[in-house]
Design a protein around this ligand. Sequence first.
Ligand SMILES: CC(C)(COP(=O)(O)OP(=O)(O)OC[C@H]1O[C@@H](n2cnc3c(N)ncnc32)[C@H](O)[C@@H]1OP(=O)(O)O)[C@@H](O)C(=O)NCCC(=O)NCCS
Length: 139
Amino acid sequence: MTPEVLAKLQAAAFSATRAWSAAEFASLLSHPGTRVIGDENCFILIRNVLDEAEVLTLATAPAMRRHGLARRILQEAEEQAKAQGAATIFLEVAENNTAAIGLYTSSGYSQIGRRPGYYLPKDGAPIAALVLRKSLATT
Ligand SMILES: CC(C)(COP(=O)(O)OP(=O)(O)OC[C@H]1O[C@@H](n2cnc3c(N)ncnc32)[C@H](O)[C@@H]1OP(=O)(O)O)[C@@H](O)C(=O)NCCC(=O)NCCS
């Protein structure tokens, strides 16, 4: 997938916050250990650093939601991260993002922290991020 396609899908998925530009995606993907899995319906961007992996972003096109795409791609990302040496995987999610929190908690992630004011919506007050983590030992 090109940075342009990633930026377009992310902008459609995250309508309330500023989306990343194609240049920002290209820059992220130039870092060793960072890769994208998916297609124009659903993608995940993950980064492996030593024995830890991080989900940088995950998005499903609005018309394709609730078909299990994100759950499947998250599982694939975990398997790839583990194969590359990660023992744990973590991510940040807005504390009002019911859909994503439902996906992560039902996929075995637990809250390990909270970062107040982390996200700045286009309109409205800053929103805290929850930091979630999952052990990949049994994945
Ligand atoms: C969060 C998101 C990626 C889920 O994608 P999806 O492909 O629709 O998710 P799935 O169909 O695989 O659903 C997996 C689980 O997530 C949860 N979930 C998904 N959408 C939900 C919703 N609208 N409300 C509550 N729970 C939801 C459910 O637990 C669901 O399992 P179930 O269908 O068995 O009940 C998608 O809503 C999205 O792109 N949102 C905007 C971007 C975003 O928030 N990304 C995550 C940032 S950390």
